[in-house]
Ligand binder design. Structure first.
Ligand SMILES: *Cc1c(COP(=O)(O)O)cnc(C)c1O
Length: 389
């Protein structure tokens, strides 16, 4: 059939260009060490930054709550799927951040679609950093607003775009921590511009929440700003919190509007209540166990110093995302495979996830890593560097 033949031809092209994507099968829990193909690998490519994904206390909370609530929530939040567990998690997230309300979504992808498509109307303008996460770009496509993208972190260009005359409302959306680069958005400047231009600022803090700021309150707090500086604060539960799902935090009016208008909230089954209970347990650990963030800071410093000493500088980043830019997708794949031969797992990130010429090893650190793990990675990378593969 012509359609399927065309699909096969496209697959062949992708393979020839080093852009073919495959999945690896995990045979156990996520963590600094994972089992794959019967081998134990030292992993530097999960978003489980605090090492909580396989924490026994979260597993216990999940199991206990499953006995109480069952497995499936059975309905959307607005029908009969919204449980005490969901409600308590929302209240605790709002409390933790200091916002009036918070609203759970089943995934971060859906939260971003829901906010952008739900809040923006025809004639509005949406301003986005060029390196924003795919879900924000897709949300823009679903919304009726005009999308304008500004060069990465270029607040001068954004200021010029914002100053152009327009009648509709304006929303600025930015990742708090950029997912493939690890750098932090210029949140203070974004907040100033938003205030000056009466635009709404949305921060997607998928990689900052739990990791940055006092008690892990995220990138807005880490920038020294009041939570209201970003009136739409979105973050996910599947990264540092080690569970799954996402939320938007903000004012009463924002959350009530999302409940009415965000289609990815209204028309989908609520996440299992037990998952919400596990996230409540995780939120307590995130707030209380400062040692996890301290450990991360030490590991980041160790990795960066070691890479500089080898002569393989990492991209500028102070977060657990520490990419090594290799540019060519085939080269990134070769490095990833050579590491795998040494039982180290670092996935190659290639276009279109990153721009052309931006293929990289996206190295991520976790509070579950030991200094010796980082040293092992450094030794392996040095060997690859010397052999110039
Ligand atoms: C992971 C991620 C998302 C999507 O969150 P999921 O819960 O995985 O769907 C959204 N935004 C950013 C910046 C992310 O890194």
């Amino acid at each position: 059939m012509r359609f399927l033949d065309a699909l096969q031809a496209d697959l062949n092209t992708r393979r020839a260009q080093g852009l073919y994507r495959t999945r690896r099968v995990l045979e156990g829990a996520q963590g600094p060490r994972v089992r794959m193909d019967g081998r134990e690998l030292l992993s530097f490519c999960s978003n489980d930054y605090l090492g909580l994904a396989a924490d026994a206390r979260l597993a216990e909370a999940l199991c206990d709550a499953t006995r109480r609530y069952g497995v499936g929530s059975g309905a959307a939040h607005l029908i009969s799927g919204h449980s005490q567990a969901h409600h308590a998690l929302e209240e605790e997230l709002a409390d933790f951040l200091g916002t009036e309300r918070a609203l759970l979504f089943s995934t971060g992808y859906m939260a971003n679609l829901g906010v952008l498509a739900g809040l923006l109307k025809r004639g509005d303008q949406l301003f986005q950093d060029r390196l924003n996460h795919a879900s924000l770009i897709d949300g823009a496509q679903l919304s009726a607003a005009r999308l304008r993208r500004y060069p990465h972190a270029d607040t001068d260009m954004l200021a010029r775009q914002l100053a152009e005359r327009s009648d509709g409302d304006k929303l600025i959306a930015s990742d708090g921590v950029f997912s493939m680069d690890g750098d932090v958005a210029p949140i203070g400047r974004l907040a100033d511009l938003a205030r000056e231009q009466s635009a709404l600022l949305m921060i997607d803090d998928a990689h900052g929440f739990g990791v940055l700021g006092a008690r892990g309150r995220g990138s807005v707090a880490a920038a020294g700003l009041d939570v209201n500086a970003a009136p739409v604060y979105m973050a996910t539960l599947g990264k540092a919190l080690g569970t799954a799902g996402a939320f938007v935090a903000g004012s009463q009016a924002l959350i009530e509007s999302l409940i009415q208008r965000a289609r990815s909230y209204v028309y989908t089954t609520a996440m299992p209540a037990a998952l919400a209970e596990a996230s409540r347990a995780s939120l307590r650990l995130v707030a209380e166990e400062q040692w996890r963030r301290d450990r991360l800071t030490q590991l980041i410093t160790r990795l960066r110093a070691g890479m500089a000493a080898i002569g393989l500088p990492l991209m500028p980043s102070s977060t657990p995302i520490q990419p090594l830019l290799l540019e060519d997708p085939a080269r990134a794949l070769r490095w990833s495979e050579a590491l795998l031969q040494r039982d180290i797992l670092v996935t190659a990130i290639r276009p279109p996830t990153v721009p052309r010429g931006g293929a990289r090893l996206r190295i991520t650190l976790s509070a579950g890593h030991e200094a010796a793990d980082v040293d092992r990675l450094l030794e392996a990378l040095q060997a690859l560097h010397v052999s110039a593969i």
